[in-house]
Design a protein around this ligand. Structure first.
Ligand code: CTP
Length: 415
């Protein structure tokens, strides 16, 4: 596929180098057209080296080739990233002062804008009107991500992550014309990893969860356009970029963070492995082994069931403003035993916990924990058909997030 990648003059231009790599590594032929301002952030040499093609931003270079006509006509896709307020305005009003804006006017194929700017600029009525104009003409304009911006400010206006733009671009060329990322404008809270319940200053009760599935879910939700909050218990993998991270250690800390985050979340996914029990007492000092004392006995007390509490609060309408349509997703790691098989235990757990979706893992000594692949069944409380998903944890996460997007768009009364 031939792609024109227009780069606007914003600091986020540096992230577009990764986007360019994603395109070229997927085998696409990319011509980069940076605006004059963009080259003040990332130089032409970078774009030439990464794309393997000559780069220009002037209609007066290689005039005999009539570049703006050729590039516009040949492009199967035009992606503008970062789409600055200035570029959106120029595109909306049909200006043609440089090679990029000329090419946009000549483009026959789909056009995707990935905006990035300060929140006030994005929310300004002038920018809103320009975005509406472009969308009304059939261009796809992504919602920017929320989070830390260039200065001390934060809010909507971050460039979506390169892989999110890549996914959106591929969806667009595959005919998604009514373009909207499935979780655009939604806030998704995801708990990940395993809690650690301290015994003394150096010891804890933990579990084998690596956090890989939770992190993969965070990436998939982010790529689907959501603002993602990751409640990270102990994880063996780093959190992904572009998500807000709240670090927790114990089940009680996770409960506090989850209840607070649920207040403004459209979706809560409890993928963390939460310890069901914690030591009744935490010793302030290291527990010593002494010959003259009996073997220590650890007394455990139950931890609150966070998932169940989230569901109860949602159903009682006390969670917060997003309560009404909030979707709650649980995970179940099951082995099955002489009293029941995996599916029977999972169905019972779905009813007991009352969550909307339950993602069921079949775990054994060599399955799931710490592995890169997974195989799950998604059970729905609505009673719709169980859905199977397998593959890498990224594949499974994409299937779960897509199912969540589908459920959110259903108008379903809650019991
Ligand atoms: N969970 C939770 N709080 C707990 C324990 C678990 O929120 N104290 C959540 C997990 O994050 C997961 C789901 O509940 O989404 C199921 O966890 P699991 O450990 O499989 O279920 P249990 O409630 O422990 O049930 P059982 O002991 O019967 O397997």
């Amino acid at each position: 596929m031939r792609i024109v990648l227009g780069v606007g003059g914003g600091i986020a231009a540096y992230k577009v180098a990764s986007l360019l790599r994603l395109f070229t590594e997927a085998g696409h032929h990319v011509t980069v057209i940076p605006t004059e301002a963009a080259t003040r952030f990332v130089g032409t040499a970078t774009w030439e080296a990464l794309s393997g093609n000559p780069v220009s931003n002037s209609v007066f270079d290689d005039v005999h080739q009539v570049n703006h006509v050729r590039l516009g006509h040949e492009a199967d896709l035009v992606v503008i990233a970062p789409a600055t307020a200035d570029l959106l305005a120029k595109a909306a009003t049909g200006q043609a002062g440089d090679l990029l804006t000329n090419t946009l006017l000549m483009a026959h194929g789909p056009v995707l804008f990935a905006p990035a700017m300060h929140t006030e600029m994005w929310q300004h009525p002038a920018t809103r009107a320009n975005v509406e104009t472009l969308r009304a003409r059939g261009a796809a304009v992504l919602e920017p991500a929320s989070g830390r911006l260039t200065g001390s400010d934060s809010g909507p206006g971050r460039l979506p992550e390169p892989d999110a733009i890549f996914d959106a671009a591929m969806a667009l060329v595959h005919g998604q014309t009514d373009f909207q990322l499935p979780l655009a404008g939604k806030t998704v809270t995801i708990s990940a990893g395993g809690t650690r319940e301290p015994l003394d200053p150096v010891r804890f009760l933990g579990n084998r969860s690596s956090g890989k599935q939770g992190v993969a879910l965070a990436v998939a939700a982010r790529n689907a356009g959501a603002t993602v909050r990751l409640l990270a218990a102990h994880m063996e993998v780093p959190p992904p970029p572009g998500v807000e991270v709240v670090n927790v250690e114990t089940a009680l800390q996770l409960r506090e963070a989850a209840l607070a985050a649920a207040a403004d979340s459209d979706v809560v996914i409890m993928s963390a492995a939460v310890a069901d029990f914690r030591p009744a007492e935490i010793s302030d000092t290291k527990i010593k082994k002494r010959d003259d004392t009996a073997d220590p006995v650890i007394t455990l007390v139950r931890n609150p069931d966070i998932l169940q509490e989230l569901v109860e609060r949602r159903n009682q309408g006390v969670t917060g403003p997003a309560t009404d349509g909030q979707l709650i997703v649980g995970f179940a790691a099951e082995t099955g035993d002489q009293h029941g098989d995996v599916r029977a235990y999972a169905e019972a757990k779905l009813q007991r916990k009352g969550c909307d979706l339950l993602v069921v893992n079949h775990v054994g000594s060599d399955k799931v924990f710490g592995k890169d692949t997974n195989s799950v069944v998604i059970l729905a409380r609505s009673g719709s058909e169980p859905q199977e998903a397998s593959g890498t944890k990224a594949d499974v996460s994409a299937a779960i997030i897509s199912r969540i997007g589908f459920e959110l768009n259903q108008v379903s009364p809650r019991a």
